[in-house]
Design a binder for this molecule. Structure first.
Ligand SMILES: CC(C)(COP(=O)(O)OP(=O)(O)OC[C@H]1O[C@@H](n2cnc3c(N)ncnc32)[C@H](O)[C@@H]1OP(=O)(O)O)[C@@H](O)C(=O)NCCC(=O)NCCS
Length: 186
């Protein structure tokens, strides 16, 4: 698990380059810090979306499958999105299909976990993954959330690190409940 920020009182070195003031007040994201501006994305035919409205879940599922995620029940994806605090996706103008996606769940004030970061293989290495992540992180920071975590496959660590994520900060390890191992012990 990668972390940006910490679980309670983060040391400065672990925090995102946050613009939060000492009172943890909400701030607005700055377009200037993005690797690609909204305008540039639009001019390249990528429309930014921050709600699930208009998102075809079968098409999203196809992007998940195309990058190697298991195909999921679309009805369950719908429920997951209903319980998602922040999401961001890019719709490609020519096809009207989602080509990049990321979402975060959490408690709305302290903590968030980012899930399902994907870019359609035909659109990878264009800066879209970074564009989506930069904005999702900012959207969370705007809500005052400074503890942002995610699970990363080893091959993607290099994608997340420049975005401000570190592995095992101060020795903190993520732990995951594995049902089968638990059952075997009984
Ligand atoms: C990981 C993923 C989201 C990256 O999206 P992308 O649009 O291809 O990446 P970008 O073009 O925005 O790359 C941004 C930067 O990250 C780097 N980068 C991209 N993928 C990387 C990787 N796997 N390892 C290291 N660096 C990577 C790029 O070189 C680029 O560097 P730069 O800013 O110095 O030019 C995309 O490859 C993907 O969907 N992969 C399959 C699904 C997946 O593994 N998701 C993550 C689950 S943990």
């Amino acid at each position: 698990m990668l972390l940006s920020g910490t679980i309670s009182t983060p040391p400065p070195s672990l925090r995102l380059k946050s613009t939060l003031n000492p009172q943890n007040a909400v701030t607005q994201p700055s377009q200037a810090s993005y690797s690609i501006t909204d305008k540039d994305l639009e001019s390249r035919g990528f429309h930014l979306r921050r709600t699930a409205q208009g998102l075809n879940l079968d098409q999203l599922n196809s992007v998940f499958v195309a990058v190697g995620f298991p195909r999921r029940d679309t009805a369950k994806i719908k429920v997951a999105l209903e319980h998602t605090d922040a999401l961001l996706w890019l719709e490609y103008e020519k096809t009207r299909k989602p080509v990049a996606f990321a979402r975060a769940t959490g408690d709305g004030v302290f903590n968030a976990i980012i899930w399902d970061v994907v870019v359609d293989p035909s659109f990878q290495s264009l800066g879209l993954g970074k564009a989506v992540m930069e904005r999702l992180i900012d959207d969370l920071k705007v809500k005052g959330i400074c503890n942002i975590a995610l699970y990363s496959e080893p091959r993607v660590l290099g994608f997340y690190r420049p975005l401000g994520f570190v592995s095992d900060p101060d020795g903190i390890r993520g732990m995951v409940f594995i049902r089968n191992k638990h059952k075997n012990k009984n």
